[in-house]
Design a protein around this ligand. Structure first.
Ligand SMILES: Cc1ncc(COP(=O)(O)O)c(C=O)c1O
Length: 510
C-alpha cells in the first residue's frame, strides 16, 4: 500500500503576492533502508593516514577532561589535564599579543570605538582594510598584495642581501596548507618519493599517505644533537633511484619538531648541494624560526641566495619552498590559520599550477593574512614598548621552561634528552630494554602496544599529562621516545612527572 503525502511549504509574502504556490507530492514506499557507509566504502588512503599528535592518547585525555568537568567526585588522582601533546600556546596560559588583537579587533569590527587604542594600531588597521576591503571578503587567491609585500621586506631584512619578490609568496591557511599543496603537486604516482626526517612532524607522513606517494625516512642523528647526516641522505637517494623511485622533495624542519634542534650554516649547505645535484625540491619548514634559544636561526633562503651569488652555474636551478606561520613564534596564534610559503627557483608554469591549487580553495583565511602582516611588520611607534615587553616575556618563559624540563629529564633514571635549541618540544629518550625492564616488555606485548605508548598512557592516567609517543613521529627501531611541549606553565606538573617516573621504574625495572 502506498501512502501519498502532500507537503505545502509556508507561503511567503512575496510568493503570495506573485500568486505563486508550490506543492509537491512525495511517495513513501516500503523498502529496507540502505545502511550508512562504513570504512570499507571510504578512500583507503584516508584510513591509512595517521596523525599521532591528535591520536589515541590525546583522545583519552579529552575523555578524562570531560570526566573532571562533569563530576566533581571523579576519583582521578589529578584535577586537570596538561595538554603537552601539541604546540598550541594559547590553549595553555599564553596570552595573545595586544598589538595583534587590537588591530584584528578593528578589522573584525571597523566601527569599534578606538578612543583608547594607540594611534599606530588605528593606522595599521586602516592600511590593511584599504588593501583587503573587509576580512569577510575573499582576497586574491595568492593573498593580499600588501601582506605579500611586507613578507618580502621581512625576508630581505631577516636574510640581508637576498632579494625576495612578493610574486613568489603565497599566503596559506597555516603552513599545513602549504605542505598539502606542495605534496599534492609533486605526487605524480606511487613511485614519487619524499625524503622526510625521522623523527618528523606527522603532517608529512599523513599528507604523503593521502597522496599515495612514498615516504623515505632519513634518520636524524640523536647522538649529534639530531643533526642531518648528508652521507645517509646520499646513500638513500642512490638506493631509491636504483629501485626506480622518482625523488621529488626533501623535507627539512628547522628548528626541528619534535627534536628541537637548529641547523648550522654548513648543515644547510650540504642539503642544498644534494638538492642541486639530484634536482630535488627542498621543502624548508621554518615555522619555528622565532623559537631559537641556543644558537641562531639561519634560513635556507639566505644560504641558497649566497650560494647562487657565488656559483650561479651550480645552484641557480635549486628549487626551494620555505614555509612560515603565525601559529608558533611568540604570538602563538594557531587558531587563526595564518601562514605563507616563498617559492624560489620554480618555473612560471609550475607556479601557475600552485596558484591554481590556491584558487581552488579561493583564498587563505583573510584575518590570518592580516596576522601575517602584523607578524612580519611589527609596530614601530606607540605600540612598540608593550610589544617588546610581551614578546620578550614570552620568549624568556619558553626558554626557562625548556631548560627546567630538560634538567628534569636528565635527572630521571634511564632517560636522556638533548639540550633544547629551538621550537617548543623536547624529545627525551626512554632507555628501556628487554633485559632490565622485562615486565614492561611483556605488558606491552600483552596489550599490543609500543613501549613508549604504554609509558605515555600510564603517564596520562597517573598525572593527567598528555604527551605523544615517539612512535608517532618515527624513531630508530628498538628505541623509545616521547614528545612533550614545554609550554605548560609552572613546575608542579614537572614534579608530578618526576614522581610518576620513579614509580614507573620501581614497577617495571628488575
Ligand atoms: C613543523 C611544523 N610544520 C607545520 C606545522 C603546521 O602549522 P600551522 O598551524 O601553520 O598549519 C606545525 C604545527 O605544529 C609544525 O610543527
Amino acid at each position: 500500500m502506498l501512502k501519498t503525502l502532500t507537503i505545502r511549504p509556508l507561503s511567503l509574502d512575496t510568493l503570495a503576492k506573485s500568486s505563486l504556490s508550490i506543492s509537491r507530492n512525495y511517495t513513501i514506499g516500503h523498502f529496507t533502508p540502505a545502511p550508512p557507509l562504513n570504512t570499507q566504502d571510504l578512500n583507503p588512503r584516508t584510513i591509512e593516514a595517521k596523525y599521532a599528535v591528535r591520536g589515541k592518547i590525546p583522545q583519552r585525555a579529552e575523555e578524562l577532561k570531560k570526566l573532571i568537568e562533569r563530576n566533581e567526585d571523579h576519583n582521578l588522582p589529578f584535577n586537570e589535564i596538561i595538554f603537552a601533546n601539541i604546540g598550541n600556546p594559547q590553549q595553555l596560559d599564553q596570552q595573545p599579543l595586544t598589538w595583534y588583537r587590537q588591530v584584528l579587533s578593528i578589522l573584525e569590527n571597523p566601527s569599534i570605538n578606538t578612543e583608547n587604542y594607540p594611534q599606530d594600531v588605528v593606522e595599521r588597521a586602516k592600511v590593511i582594510l584599504k588593501d583587503v576591503g573587509s576580512v569577510g571578503a575573499y582576497s586574491n587567491s595568492q593573498g593580499s598584495l600588501l601582506v605579500r609585500g611586507s613578507i618580502a621586506n621581512y625576508i630581505n631584512r631577516r636574510d640581508g642581501g637576498s632579494q625576495a619578490n612578493r610574486n613568489d609568496i603565497y599566503l596559506t591557511s597555516g603552513a599545513s596548507a602549504a605542505v598539502q599543496y606542495l605534496l599534492q603537486l609533486l605526487s605524480v604516482n606511487e613511485r614519487s618519493g619524499f625524503l622526510i626526517p625521522i623523527p618528523q612532524y606527522p603532517l608529512y607522513t599523513a599528507s604523503i599517505a593521502l597522496n599515495n606517494a612514498k615516504p623515505i625516512g632519513y634518520f636524524l642523528d640523536e647522538s649529534n644533537n639530531w643533526l642531518t647526516d648528508p652521507k645517509q641522505l646520499r646513500h638513500l637517494i642512490q638506493e631509491n633511484k636504483s629501485k626506480n623511485i622518482d625523488l621529488k622533495a626533501l623535507v627539512v624542519i628547522n628548528p626541528g619538531n619534535p627534536t628541537g634542534s637548529v641547523l648550522k650554516e654548513n648543515d644547510i649547505k650540504e642539503i642544498i648541494n644534494i638538492a642541486a645535484e639530484f634536482g630535488i625540491v627542498i621543502i624548508a619548514d621554518e615555522v619555528y624560526q622565532d623559537n631559537v634559544y641556543d644558537g641562531e636561526f639561519i634560513s635556507f633562503k639566505k644560504v641558497l641566495s649566497s650560494m647562487i651569488r657565488q656559483h650561479p652555474e651550480l645552484y641557480q636551478h635549486v628549487q626551494l619552498a620555505s614555509l612560515h606561520s603565525t601559529s608558533k613564534g611568540l604570538g602563538g596564534e594557531c587558531g587563526q590559520r595564518g601562514g605563507y610559503m616563498e617559492l624560489v627557483g620554480f618555473e612560471p608554469e609550475v607556479k601557475s599550477i600552485i596558484l591554481k591549487l590556491c584558487s581552488i580553495n579561493l583564498c587563505s583565511v583573510v584575518s590570518g593574512q592580516a596576522l601575517v602582516e602584523l607578524m612580519v611588520n611589527p609596530p614601530h611607534d606607540d605600540s612598540l614598548p608593550l610589544f617588546k615587553e610581551q614578546t620578550s616575556t614570552i620568549y624568556n618563559n619558553l626558554k626557562e621552561r625548556a631548560l627546567t624540563l630538560h634538567t628534569a629529564f636528565n635527572n630521571m633514571q634511564d632517560v636522556t634528552c638533548n639540550k633544547p635549541q629551538g621550537a617548543m618540544y623536547l624529545f627525551p629518550k626512554l632507555n628501556f630494554d628487554k633485559l632490565t625492564y622485562p615486565k614492561l616488555f611483556s605488558k606491552a606485548k600483552n596489550e599490543d602496544c609500543e613501549i613508549d605508548e604504554l609509558y605515555c598512557i600510564e603517564l596520562l592516567e597517573a598525572t593527567g599529562i598528555c604527551t605523544v609517543p615517539g612512535s608517532g613521529f618515527g624513531q630508530v627501531p628498538n628505541t623509545y621516545h616521547l614528545r612533550t611541549t614545554f609550554l605548560p606553565p609552572g613546575t608542579d606538573w614537572i614534579h608530578r612527572w618526576e614522581e610518576f617516573h620513579k614509580k614507573f621504574v620501581a614497577t617495571y625495572k628488575n
